[in-house]
Design a binder for this molecule. Structure first.
Ligand code: ADP
Ligand code: MG
Length: 324
């Protein structure tokens, strides 16, 4: 269980004005500015949950993760993870958690990946047998094989990310923090990473907290999302329910042969090409089945698909609504 309560975090940043003269002045009399990265941030996460932590750049996601990992100490507030306060009990804490920062590596650059793993085993004091079992399982699931013998600097981003994820799990953590784990990955690697995380959560009951800008990660992995903007939690809820709250609108994509059908009240035309229409429908005005019947009566329909608002559209609407 993760309890994160009324956490505040500010960074002190040296103020700098442009120009060489100002840079010189700043060397002698530093002025500081406070950046409020987190303001009274609160949430609880239960064991075995998978949570998508989303928000625009600079919202405070990485700061939150760093506090939960014990890397940063907040100015005020309470954070208890499985009974531990991360920044006060850092060493026992890191033995129980796994962390992957998509933009930073925990592997030693110039040595074969397996050597980094051995070092981590030593650092975390993982029992030899447990390590061997975990390594075998992770190698198989993440298809590490030859990669283990390769220095990290020679791996592609997708290969390295698979190794990073394995590295974060060698000590069997109960909780896994993933900060943008799919950033920059190609489509195939993204799918591999998603499938692995899903399986890990399902089979080992690992709690997963994931930050990402890729809404397909969210769709594939999490039911619950936490939205943060400018250091404040704005929403905490179920993805499908949020989508419905944001918009009930449906998009109807239609292929027809012959004459273009006319639209009626409740429908808005968003795209029209020869033989192809995209219609936005307000179901509270006109039901989907009635709308399709209305269109079908006018022309020969070759293909129809009906879709709800996508996660990306929902997030874009929320960012706009909250001006974040
Ligand atoms: P996110 O991960 O959501 O993009 P961050 O937690 O990295 O956001 O940053 C939140 C805010 O704190 C931003 O305004 C960022 O510029 C600032 N910030 C983050 N790290 C530091 C730091 N080490 N020093 C000063 N400001 C920082
Ligand atoms: Mg970040």
């Amino acid at each position: 269980m993760i309890e994160f309560q009324n956490i505040n975090k500010t960074y002190r940043v040296a103020k700098r004005q442009a120009g060489l003269g100002n840079a010189m002045k700043a060397l002698f009399s530093r002025e500081y500015e406070l950046v409020h990265a987190l303001r009274n941030v609160s949430f609880n996460i239960q064991e075995g949950e998978m949570v998508g932590y989303i928000g625009p750049n600079g919202a405070g996601k990485s700061t939150t993760i760093k506090i939960m990992c014990g890397v940063l100490t907040p100015d005020s507030g309470k954070c208890v993870i499985e009974g531990r306060t991360p920044w006060k009990e850092r060493i026992p804490h890191v033995r129980q958690i796994g962390v992957v920062f998509g933009q930073r590596s925990q592997l030693w650059w110039d040595v074969p990946v397996i050597d980094s793993f051995e070092l981590l085993r030593d650092m975390y004091k993982v029992d030899k047998k447990l390590y061997k079992n975990n390594l075998d399982e992770l190698s198989e699931l993440l298809d590490l094989g030859e990669l283990l013998k390769t220095p990290a600097r020679n791996l592609s981003l997708g290969q390295r990310m698979r190794c990073e994820i394995a590295a974060s799990l060698l000590h069997n953590p109960k909780t896994l923090f993933l900060d943008e784990p799919t950033i920059g990955l190609d489509a195939v690697s993204k799918i591999a990473v998603r499938q692995f995380i899903k399986k890990l959560n399902k089979e080992h009951g690992t709690t997963v907290i994931l930050t990402t800008h890729d809404m397909q990660d969210i769709e594939a992995l999490t039911q619950r999302i936490l939205l943060i903007g400018k250091g404040t939690i704005l929403l905490d809820g179920n993805l499908d329910q949020l989508k419905k709250q944001v918009s009930e609108r449906k998009t109807i994509v239609l292929k027809y042969s012959g004459k273009a059908p006319k639209i009626c009240v409740g429908m808005t035309l968003t795209e029209a090409k020869e033989g192809h229409l995209v219609i936005s429908l307000e179901p509270s005005v006109l039901q989907v089945s009635d709308a399709i019947a209305y269109l079908a009566a006018q022309t020969e329909l070759l293909d129809v698909s009906v879709a709800s608002i996508t996660t990306e559209e929902m997030v874009a609407t929320l960012y706009k609504e909250y001006s974040i």
